[in-house]
Design a protein around this ligand. Structure first.
Ligand code: NBY
Length: 828
């Protein structure tokens, strides 16, 4: 009979397929239907935003159809599944990406044209889903796209923040933060699943019980909050598969506790319960520093507990014991924030499923793969024991037990080496006793991944050296990648068509290695001409954006030189600005005939500073102060412009990256674990001006260092350079810092502490010692830029060499080497 009902279900699916037709006529009817019945506007009068809403709902229907089929297919095949846990996902907009991946973009564009709308205009109506900070969060989004496209049976889990990353506004050159009301106008890309919800417990006490002489623990919580699922379908490209990103929102628990209501204060009881929602209210805007905040820990456990319950429930639907659990389930821990999942699985297995500790531990050790994105040991997450013990009393006990067992085992191996034992312990003694989440993650995972080869070397030799010496086999790296679907097909349609034309196929959209085929045409004048045309189109789009935003008119003949990323001292936006001041100084001190030889530049900087990061905020202000002076100097004119692009986010990146000629990735060597924007610029044929750090080392191997502008100290030179009491700082550097110090750009007092960070002897990020080679690399870029033929060739070779940096390759490597999962393709 189950066969019968399956047959019936399949017939239903086919009917559904016939229902959702994709020819322009049917799409038109469908959009109008949604205008009338979903958006509830008159079909004779609706504006662009309402049209966007109707259009999105029409697309959503098609997504849901595939998403259901994929779900059914996975259920039927029961493959090993990957669960990707991340506290942050930077998805950006969904509309264009969805219709492209569904393969019906042109049909929709036609349908809309007949209704008098333009697809691009409606796509611009959508706000960004910015549920993350920076690189780590956007990486998760790219990886979801690849997992879906490659048909992997995967699912993402995260938090549905009511407010995503703050909006940056600039007032008088200073950054101000505004809340991101991204859900205020509805979100057609999610499906609320009120029936999928779990209780998550906090606080309380642990009681020891025994049954038949076997002891066990019962956690009596002090607070219970409900987690409700919101599902976000992620469509693959060129496949029917659409996977699920499940985000949890906090709601007051349905279980009412009599006591608070019996006191008679009904109103207060209701109001108090509503406070549960604050758990998923807002994303923490600090990327890379952890400050033992209770709400942050609550967020972590909330999402981990709901996800774990969901995963175990799904497994138990089809299995009656846990023997097969590691053969059916792989967990990926994105940085340490989801690492409580390890302890939670352990807790469920021993306390709720009542497995023996030893058996539970065996299982847990086979489940988890951990990826580190950090290079700075100081930045590693440490949770105060008091905080953890009060919020999650049972978890603290389990962590202590895991640590005890580990320490005993370690002593057997290394003896009484207390320094080493101390470094490797999960529990760190000190004035504030803390739990080291990275140690917990390494000890309990079968694989520890770096995000670039250089990062892996640093993990082995510095960050996690002791663990590498103990378990070398656990350590691997999977060089990061980005999805060419979003970063070429969606964001640079002209380049996309051009590539397909010259390769004679669109297959590179699924198999990006084919881009090497462009190499043989790199010097072809016809391709070169068309290539420059595409760049021009994208520069026009960017120039228009800059003008509407800042009122500054920029010359299309200038080199567009871009640095966009979170503002951090180690990323050295300050080096960039000081270089611009140097350029300005040189232009000012030139005679007329020399000025004619200057290669015009438009320098573009964008990025957000963490709200509490004072120095980063001063860098933003300095950028504006310098821009004010330079952009209004008649001596300079079009030779130099400095633009700060406010509120940098995914959709801004989609416009800025295709329109750049040169991009900067100039972190002090050894500080950027990978860096992924470099890969997006590379795909779009922008040349890289970069230090040998993170991903750029591997990029140079692929495109050839002669096609990049590399400069600066190498990783192994950095320690010596820092130790030198005084370094050989060039006069040009002293001069530009002095200009800022002396108030040449105003705000003398305000910039003092910023200048102090690069004073000789205190210049931790080595701006001074890298300055000469930075200027040389910049001068080299100027020389190459005027040679149009050569520059275009380098640009084509950049795109041609970008294949290795697709997240498709990264996801294949993870699947084979860490997760042990295989594709599971849903039939069309
Ligand atoms: O991850 C970034 C790296 O800086 C970048 O080099 C890399 O390309 C990217 C993807 O692998 N890291 C990042 O965005 N965030 C963190 O590393 C991080 C670390 C710790 C915490 C938060 C964010 N924390 O709360 O403890």
């Amino acid at each position: 009979s189950s066969g019968q009902s399956r047959g019936k279900a399949e017939r239903m699916f086919r009917l559904m397929d016939e229902f959702l037709k994709n020819d322009p006529m049917s799409l038109q009817k469908d959009i109008i239907h949604h205008v009338e019945f979903t958006v509830a506007r008159s079909r004779f009068s609706f504006d662009d935003f309402e049209a966007y809403q109707a259009l999105s709902h029409s697309v959503r229907d098609r997504l849901i159809e595939r998403w259901h089929d994929t779900h059914q297919h996975f259920k039927k095949k029961d493959p090993k599944r990957l669960y990707f846990l991340s506290l942050e996902f930077l998805m950006g907009r969904s509309l264009s990406n969805s219709v492209i991946n569904l393969g019906i973009r042109d049909e929709y564009a036609d349908a809309l044209a007949q209704l008098g709308f333009e697809f691009e205009v409606l796509a611009e109506q959508e706000g960004d889903a910015a549920l993350g900070n920076g690189g780590l969060a956007r990486l998760s989004a790219c990886q979801m796209d690849s997992l879906a496209t490659l048909d992997y049976p995967a699912m993402g889990y995260g938090l549905r923040y009511q407010y995503g990353l703050f909006r940056q506004i600039i007032v008088d050159g200073y950054q101000h933060e505004q809340p991101d009301f991204w859900l205020n106008f509805g979100n057609p890309w999610e499906i609320e699943r009120v029936q999928v919800s779990y209780s998550v417990k906090f606080y309380g006490t642990v009681e020891e019980k025994a049954s038949n002489g076997v002891k066990y623990h019962v956690w009596v919580p002090g607070e219970t909050v409900e987690a409700v699922a919101y599902d976000n379908p992620i469509p693959g490209y060129g496949t029917r598969n659409a996977i699920n990103l499940r985000l949890w929102a906090a709601k007051p628990s349905g279980q009412y506790d009599l006591e608070s209501y019996n006191t008679g204060d009904y109103i207060n009881a209701v109001v108090n319960r509503q406070k549960a929602e604050i758990i998923s209210n807002v994303l923490y805007p600090d990327d890379r520093s952890y400050q033992g905040k209770e709400l942050r820990l609550k967020q972590q456990y909330f999402f981990v507990s709901a996800s774990t319950q969901d995963i175990i429930r799904r497994f138990k639907d089809d299995h009656d014991n846990f023997d097969e659990f590691p053969d059916k389930v792989a967990f990926q821990i994105n940085e340490t924030q989801p690492s409580l999942a390890i302890v939670e699985v352990m807790r469920v297995l021993i306390d709720e499923e009542r497995l023996a500790w030893k058996r539970a531990w065996e299982i847990v050790c086979k489940l988890f793969s951990f990826t580190s994105h950090s290079v700075n040991p100081e930045g590693l997450e440490k949770i105060p024991v008091d905080l953890l013990g009060s919020l999650l009393p049972r978890h603290l006990q389990i962590i202590y037990d895991i640590n005890h067992n580990f320490m005993e085992e370690l002593k057997k191996k290394i003896g009484q080496d207390y320094r080493r034992l101390d470094q490797m312990s999960i529990v760190a003694e000190g004035t504030v006793k803390t739990i080291r989440m990275a140690n917990l993650s390494i000890i309990c995972s079968h694989t520890v991944n770096g995000v670039s080869r250089l990062h892996y070397e640093l993990l082995k030799t510095r960050v996690f050296k002791e663990f590498y010496d103990l378990w070398p086999q656990k350590f691997q790296y999977k060089t990061n990648g980005v999805t060419q679907r979003r970063w070429i097909v969606v964001s640079n349609p002209s380049l996309c068509s051009l590539i397909s034309k010259w390769l004679g196929t669109e297959e590179w959209i699924r198999n990006v290695d084919l881009l090497v085929g462009l190499r043989e045409h790199a010097s072809n004048p016809v391709l070169q001409q068309e290539w420059r045309m595409v760049k021009k189109i994208n520069k026009i789009r960017l120039a228009e954006y800059i003008e509407t935003l800042t009122g500054v008119e920029v010359s299309l003949d200038a080199m567009f030189d871009v640095q966009v990323k979170r503002i951090h001292e180690y990323k050295r936006q300050l080096l960039n600005i000081l270089g611009i001041i140097h350029r300005y100084y040189c232009i000012k001190n030139m005679n007329e005939s020399d000025r004619k030889k200057v290669v015009p530049r438009v320098c573009i900087i964008g990025g957000k500073a963490a709200p509490g990061y004072e120095i980063a905020k001063k860098i933003i202000k300095l950028c504006h102060a310098v821009a004010e002076k330079v952009n209004n100097d008649a001596d300079v004119g079009d030779l130099l412009k400095l633009i700060f692009i406010p509120d940098y986010n995914v959709s801004v990146a989609e416009m800025v990256i295709p329109g750049s000629d040169l991009s900067q990735h100039i972190s002090t060597a050894g500080h950027e674990a990978s860096g992924t924007s470099s890969m997006k610029f590379l795909m779009n044929g922008c040349l890289l001006l970069a230090t040998a750090d993170g991903s750029t080392v591997e990029i140079a191997e692929e495109v050839g260092s002669e096609n990049m502008f590399l400069f600066g100290a190498k990783v192994h030179e950095v320690p010596q350079l820092r130790e030198k009491a005084t370094s050989e700082v060039p006069i040009q550097f002293v001069r530009v810092v002095r200009m800022v110090r002396d108030g040449y750009f105003g705000f003398k007092d305000y910039f003092k502490s910023l200048c102090d960070t690069v004073e000789d002897g205190k210049d931790f990020y080595l701006l001074g010692s890298d300055f000469s080679s930075y200027l040389e690399a910049q001068a080299m870029a100027d020389r190459e830029f005027v040679n149009e033929e050569k520059w275009t060739r380098m640009s084509i070779l950049s795109t041609a060499g970008s294949g290795r940096f697709s997240s498709d390759r990264t996801m294949d490597e993870y699947s084979k080497l860490s997760w042990g999962i295989q594709p599971c393709k849903c039939p069309f």
